[in-house]
Write a protein that binds this ligand. Structure first.
Ligand SMILES: [Zn+2]
Length: 412
């Protein structure tokens, strides 16, 4: 659990923060390089103590010594945690840190002082107290924090606290959720939710991009426009994040189990393969790439992955179950009689069963199929007929070790 606050460094404090960011990035990338060079035949990888020793050696000989050793060691710990997350299967493999992208560093042995009702300060190595706005209650017993710079040039401090067990009062209710582009979330009890689209802000970004294209390269005005684009984009992302937080909290509060499709979002947003033209080698036929790019943008904007990640995180804290089920044919199967036919889908929004005449909103019908699969009430069409499809439902149970139980249980 971490609570994020807006940090307001003075102009004189900014260069030191920037320096800490670049040190943390440098050390992280060194650690990643070392991890990439690892081969099993070269013996065990150096442990944390060994690398801290290597770091202090590097500090003696290089410009690293002018930076903060606590920030640099923090980056090593940060990297170790990222590697552990990767091993546990909750996150992808750590990647290179790039300048100007997700800049930040860790502050250990956290010291936070209250200034007044609105402001507090956090002690940053080599800098002393930097003030931040207390926009929400400060977590108790926090030991570390992360200072970060977002794409809009705003500084933040995320204070990490040990997670407090969220209270969940059993409700006996189970819900199925269909994730879509037109309706972001449709539930099996008939709710339809859309993520905020921020069309005014999107229009502003487009307008600013046109302005940017006209402006002279390297000019001050151009830099200003670019900054405005970043700020607007960051606001759009903030709104979406906020929406996902609210929806996932509501779900774990109201239901004992939430069933979602086991979507491989990464594969879904892959670019279509180029189609070469057999008639003239070296040239390519249309492959639908631009239409797919538009759909991909919508999928990204719907934040399906973020939704699932936050849902699983919160479910773990509350003891709510998240069930992942096979997504095959959820939109073509009739939730009343089980008849599966692509003709059942009248249109994007309307489902009409060719066999029993059941009619409903297509996303609602899909959500009902999803919850039925989660409860093992309905089989997946084509089960067993296709090779290589061995799982019907996979369970993600709340597991304190943070390891996602991805080994699927074959439902009877
Ligand atoms: Zn039917």
């Amino acid at each position: 659990m971490s609570h994020r606050y807006r940090l307001y460094p003075s102009p004189e404090q900014v260069p030191t923060l920037v320096r800490h960011c670049s040190d943390a990035r440098f050390v992280w990338n060194l650690a990643l390089e070392q991890a990439n060079l690892y081969r099993p035949d070269r013996g065990p990888t150096p442990n944390h103590a060994e690398r801290c020793r290597q770091l202090s050696e590097a500090r003696r000989e290089t410009w690293l010594k002018e930076g903060s050793s606590s920030v640099q060691q923090g980056a090593l710990r940060d990297f170790d945690q990222a590697m552990r997350n990767w091993w546990n299967g909750t996150h992808g493999r750590p990647t290179w840190r790039k300048a100007g992208h997700q800049e930040g560093f860790v502050v250990r042995d956290l010291v936070v002082r209250k200034l007044n009702a609105e402001w507090s300060s956090v002690v940053i190595p080599k800098l002393g107290p930097v003030k931040f706005k207390v926009s929400r209650a400060l977590p108790e017993g926090a030991k570390s924090a992360r200072v970060s710079l977002d794409g809009a040039g705003r500084w933040h401090v995320s204070i990490t606290s040990t997670p407090v067990a969220r209270e969940h009062t059993p409700t006996g209710a189970v819900v199925g959720i269909d994730r879509g582009v037109a309706t972001t979330l449709a539930t099996s009890d008939g709710q339809m939710m859309r993520i905020p689209t921020s069309s005014k802000m999107h229009a502003r970004v487009k307008y600013l991009q046109r302005t940017l294209a006209r402006q002279k390269r390297g000019s001050k005005r151009r830099a200003k426009t670019r900054q405005k684009i970043r700020t607007t984009n960051a606001r759009i992302t903030d709104r979406r994040k906020d929406w996902v937080e609210k929806q996932t909290t509501r779900l774990v509060d109201n239901y004992d189990a939430v069933v979602v499709e086991n979507l491989k979002v990464k594969n879904m947003v892959a670019r279509p393969k180029p189609k070469s033209d057999p008639a003239s080698p070296g040239e390519y036929l249309p492959n639908g790439a631009s239409a797919k790019a538009g759909l991909n943008r919508s999928i990204h904007a719907s934040c399906w992955s973020m939704f699932e990640r936050r849902l699983v995180d919160k479910a773990r804290q509350t003891g709510v179950q998240v069930l992942l089920v096979d997504p095959a044919f959820t939109s073509q199967q009739c939730s009343a009689c089980g008849h599966t036919d692509r003709e059942n889908r009248e249109s994007q929004a309307v489902f009409l069963c060719r066999s029993c005449g059941y009619s409903a909103h297509a996303d609602y019908n899909a959500a009902r199929n999803i919850v039925a699969r989660g409860l093992d009430l309905a089989p997946t069409p084509g089960q067993g007929a296709r090779r290589g499809r061995k799982t019907q439902s996979a369970r993600v149970s709340p597991d304190p070790s943070g390891r996602e139980n991805s080994s699927a249980e074959v439902a009877a």
